[in-house]
Design a protein around this ligand. Sequence first.
Ligand code: FE2
Length: 232
Amino acid sequence: MLFRQLFDAETSTYTYLLADEASRAAALIDPVLEQVERDLKLVEELGLKLVLVLETHVHADHVTGAGALREKTGATVAASARGAPCVNRQVAHGDVVRLGNLEVKVLETPGHTDDSLSFLCEGRLFTGDALLVRATGRTDFQNGDAGQLYDAITSRLFTLPEDTVVYPGHDYAGHALSTIGEEKRHNPRLAGKTRESFISFMESRQLPPPKKLDVAVPANRACGRTEPRSQA
Ligand code: FE2
């Protein structure tokens, strides 16, 4: 499996490129609109064909590159049925998305948003904004729910093998990756914490809304195509 981790410094967003080396079929997870040319150049340089874009959720902090990538490459855009209506393929818990000879397993991990998914491929777990390195996604907008997030992380992610590598959707502290075992032991919001204490911590946080919330959510429901619509 060919794998790259890419970063958008303005929004601290990670984008991931995965590809099947034999067939050259490639997928991007959570592309950022401003980085579409960078991502396509890398795909071309590595001799890959972009066939799939996976979205972990409808993002509030950046505009997705999914729609632009679909227009340029014909790639299929896949995300949760609870998410953006613009996608080509709606996936649900337990689904497997094929990428050449690779299999990407879909795990529903709601709580940051109600449409949040994680993707598991060959020991790599892409957690979106559900589980971050030593943190979690926030739960105070887009139908977020702290109890649901605790349940998703503890029952669906922390039950995976401890050496599963965690690749988060964002990082604000300089981390690139972690493992399930490491997060079980050292994530300060989860290690040794009850469901009740997790919920009260998440509800006690007073965070400003994401800077791009009003722009990003409607744009991302349209796969990132931000052309003004007619008022009619
Ligand atoms: Fe998010």
